[in-house]
Design a protein around this ligand. Sequence first.
Ligand SMILES: [Zn+2]
Length: 218
Amino acid sequence: MEADVLERMNRGIILRTGAYLTNDHFVISSGRHAREYVEKRLVTTEPGFTEGLGDIIADRFADSPVDVVLTSGIGATILGHCVAKAHPSRPKLLYAVKGEGKEGRTEVVLPREFFRFIYRGCSTLIVEDIVTTGSTIRALIRLVEERGGHVVGVGSLWNRNRAIRFQQPFFALVTKDFPTYVREECPLCKKGIPLNTEVGVMVGASPRRSRPPRRASS
Ligand SMILES: [Zn+2]
């Protein structure tokens, strides 16, 4: 895709959904602090817009026969529905359920009702909304391969980590990462800029109310 089209997509997400927030002070899911934030729940709030995004991802993989579009998570599944609907192979849409496995590794479980749709030789396209570490995508790839299927590619809306690589072709509509800081080194904290408590992992938290200490393992 041309860089200017990507830029328009980027602007579109910012303007249309309000999912991309900047010039503020957030705690992101890793616990690190950042000036920018992508609120994934807001990305798929406009169906017509989500369908347009699904069209672009489907088009990128239109030359590959796809039997199944596989997702995990609500936002990714909304987007995955749009990709599956737009893909010329008329694939099924399936979703796996996320959980935490051994040593905190992301694991995904395929509901048993879907077992028969991922079979030996089955061509699968994985769709994710926001890619941060790639751990969910790797878990989905393992799930498909353990069932004898193969993954033809990975499509996503927003890749927050330029360094991520998969063995399969990986396409993101927007690739934009931003610096994050441990609290002790956060320049925003040093300037005394208050944390945004309405989005990010501080959602619903009152900065004045003390919270029970988190277990080190959580
Ligand atoms: Zn900070």
